[in-house]
Design a protein around this ligand. Sequence first.
Ligand SMILES: Nc1ncnc2c1ncn2[C@@H]1O[C@H](COP(=O)(O)OP(=O)(O)OP(=O)(O)O)[C@@H](O)[C@H]1O
Ligand SMILES: [Mg+2]
Length: 260
Amino acid sequence: MPRSIAILNQKGGVGKTTTAVSLAACLALAGRKCLLVDLDPQGNATTALGARKGGSAGSYEVLVHSRPVRELVQSTATPNLELLAADASLQELERRATLEPADRDTYCANLQDGNASIEFVLFDCPPSLGWLSIIALHAADAFVVPIQCDSFSLDALESIMLSINTLREASGGDRNRPSLRGILCTMFDESFNLSSRVYQDVRKQYAERMFRVVIPRDPVVPEAALRGIPLPSYDPTSRATVAYVRLAREVLLHEGTATR
Ligand SMILES: Nc1ncnc2c1ncn2[C@@H]1O[C@H](COP(=O)(O)OP(=O)(O)OP(=O)(O)O)[C@@H](O)[C@H]1O
Ligand SMILES: [Mg+2]
């Protein structure tokens, strides 16, 4: 079975999509078969991989209409990297007042089905802890929380972790699943004192649960997203690419598959 990792944080613009796309692309370029599942109605991961939003059926059809993942995945220009696209139809799910546990379980099973040949499934979540993030948390083995280093407080991180724990408990499953794979500092700016202070504060509190690598602020990141080319293909030597390659290495080391 693949390892599945949800990238989530209810705060907007913290680098979730950049992390989901770049980590998936780095793992894929390292020879791991990856599937990126776009679960955000904004469809930013879809466009960042050069696919058209609404161009063909994607995650909504899999979740709600039980269409097979294998029928709807799209190959991408990056070898080993497939995409299950998203579009605005996902908003219908996010807006639902309630989600029956049986439906949630069906949606998770639909997402997981047919991925036997995939090594890593990454879920890009919307900026909320609504039903789509709940489904991702339920379907994933682990989750990653990106935090934006230059506009962040420790209180905000504690509130995110609390909300995620509440969700995990409410989902009624194993309290340790999904496990926190790591907190990732993004958009780190060395020239900005606040970035270092935030990093030090978070490190004091969450030491072993933080990724060692820090993602620097790098103008190449929005450029690559705009062109629909994943960072490691757009500029393999950029500082942000080098950092995401290290992130992929940390993830592989944790999975115990780094030397394969
Ligand atoms: N390391 C970085 N350096 C410079 N810009 C970055 C970096 N990471 C992300 N960005 C830019 O910041 C913006 C927000 O990033 P991204 O879309 O990844 O965040 P998000 O958490 O997915 O947002 P949302 O909550 O809206 O889904 C984008 O314009 C992106 O290109
Ligand atoms: Mg996003």
